[in-house]
Design a protein around this ligand. Structure first.
Ligand SMILES: *Cc1c(COP(=O)(O)O)cnc(C)c1O
Length: 463
């Protein structure tokens, strides 16, 4: 074997050991960040060491600081695992090492990504003519959608924002729900739109935008306008009333961008598709591969209904760029120039799951989320705050911020299940996100037991 092959074997074995341990290891790391820094910190080595030894040290030293994010008992933030085909394809991508920017430069990976993009549009019932870019995550997918939006609404009033920037530009109105994801603000910042200038629309008791408020916001001004909607609020999993909101925004000539980092996948599950009615009429969509589709980090997906608006702000003209076939070059659809072929694991995930498998993955997670809700609601003193329409569950204990935060900390410390605290509508809550393909009924039961145990002991500590 060549050195590289032997090393890759070693790396795959070590990665496999970690993956095999997911079912039994505690979900929480046993070492803290400062302890990990202390373990790794040393002056730059003057002389290199044997690669095999480097790999061995890396794996053994990192071990106590690794979190079992791929475990079926990991319900923190909104984090998926990796379906086997996607994890393995990611290794291939590393071996191939194709800088996937040009159809001419990397025909195989560019084509695989193109097909993966077509499959995603079909599964999510989005227009076949839309263009798809594989970005690092939801943030960059939102950035891409809003960059396309910015291009189009300025072009409509005769402003060339790519050439002239925002110097002396007409004001752009960015209208968003009050409970939008923080990455919308970040994307607005990167695009020079300024988070302070956003027009906020009120949200209801499930965090959905209020249509009357959206109408008032649209009526309250004129000029280039972009409306941002949510397909899956990060706390409640609730969907904005997409069909009505999209049509309303279009009446006023606005571009509609939908942030569906995880929620967009509801469109691929027959029993949840009702949540996404009207989705296909939007102008751009952002979603993640590395959340609910369960492909490895990092992978976001930006989809735009208008090819020119997608390519114009992101592409470049350079003499050495040769276009092949009629399709855009991958680099024209993302904010990166050089990048790994992160769409290949998406292809592998979709090929291995199939339409049925994707639907089943989404349905299963939603069913487990509902089970969490039912089991926890049945316990005295525990209340589920949201309508569990998707995969997100918000739980509060003794209707108290203090008790809720204490339970959240105790669950993490116990290490059976990983879930994160949040603040929703001004109240502390424990957020449970069921997003992993591995999660099964016994994972849910173990997590519920852990939560109830930690709540009981919090009550005992108080009496
Ligand atoms: C996670 C998330 C994002 C950001 O996605 P990243 O992949 O973390 O960049 C944006 N919007 C929503 C609703 C999310 O849940």
């Amino acid at each position: 074997m060549t050195d590289t092959r032997a090393l890759l074997h070693d790396a795959v074995d070590r990665a496999g050991d970690f993956i095999d341990s997911l079912g039994t290891r505690g979900v929480q790391a046993t070492a803290t960040y400062p302890e990990m820094v202390a373990a790794f910190a040393e002056p730059v080595p003057t002389h290199g060491r044997d690669a095999q030894a480097v790999l061995k040290d890396l794996a053994t030293m990192a071990e106590p600081g690794l979190v079992a994010m791929g475990s079926g008992r990991y319900f923190g933030f909104v984090v998926g695992g990796s379906v086997p085909a996607a994890a393995a394809a990611d290794v291939l991508v590393t071996g191939w090492d194709q800088n996937t920017g040009l159809t001419f430069g990397t025909p195989a990976t560019a084509a695989i990504e193109h097909v993966a993009g077509d499959w995603i549009k079909e599964l999510l019932h989005l227009p076949a003519s839309a263009t798809v870019g594989f970005v690092t995550g939801g943030l960059m997918a939102n950035f891409t959608g809003l960059a396309a939006a910015r291009h189009r609404v300025f072009a409509d009033v005769g402003w060339d924002v790519e050439a002239d920037g925002l110097h002396g530009a007409p004001a752009l109105r960015l209208i968003c729900g009050r409970e939008r994801h923080a990455t919308i603000d970040m994307a607005a910042r990167y695009l020079g739109l300024g988070s302070r200038h956003m027009i906020e629309v009120a949200t209801d008791e499930q965090s959905r935008i209020v249509l009357d408020d959206l109408r008032a916001a649209l009526e309250g001004g004129a000029g280039p306008t972009v409306v941002c909607l949510a397909a899956g609020n990060v706390n409640t999993g609730a969907f904005d009333p997409l069909a009505e909101a999209i049509d309303l925004a279009h009446e006023y000539g606005a571009w509609v961008h939908v942030d569906g980092a995880f929620g967009l996948w509801a469109a691929a599950a027959p029993n949840r598709q009702y949540l996404t009615a009207g989705l296909e009429r939007a102008d751009s969509w952002a979603t993640d591969g590395h959340k609910w589709l369960n492909v490895p980090y990092d992978c976001g997906i930006a989809i735009v209904a208008h090819e020119q608006a997608h390519r114009q702000p992101l592409g470049a003209k350079a003499a050495y760029l040769i276009r092949e076939g009629g399709d855009p070059d991958p680099f024209e659809l993302v904010p990166e120039f050089s990048r790994r072929a992160r769409g290949v694991p998406v292809y592998a995930a979709l090929a291995s799951l199939g339409r049925d498998g994707v639907a089943d993955l989404i349905e299963r997670c939603c069913t487990y989320a509902a089970d969490f809700g039912t089991s926890l609601n049945a316990v005295d003193g525990i209340s589920v705050l949201n309508d569990v329409v998707l995969n997100q569950v918000l739980v509060r204990f003794s209707d108290s911020d203090e008790v809720t935060n204490e339970v959240a900390a105790a669950v993490l410390a116990e290490g059976v299940a990983y879930m994160t605290p949040t603040v929703w509508k001004g109240h502390a809550a424990l957020r449970i996100s069921v997003t992993n393909w591995r999660t099964n009924a016994s994972d849910v039961a173990a997590a519920v037991d852990s939560i109830v145990r930690c709540y009981s002991s919090a009550l005992r500590n108080r009496s």
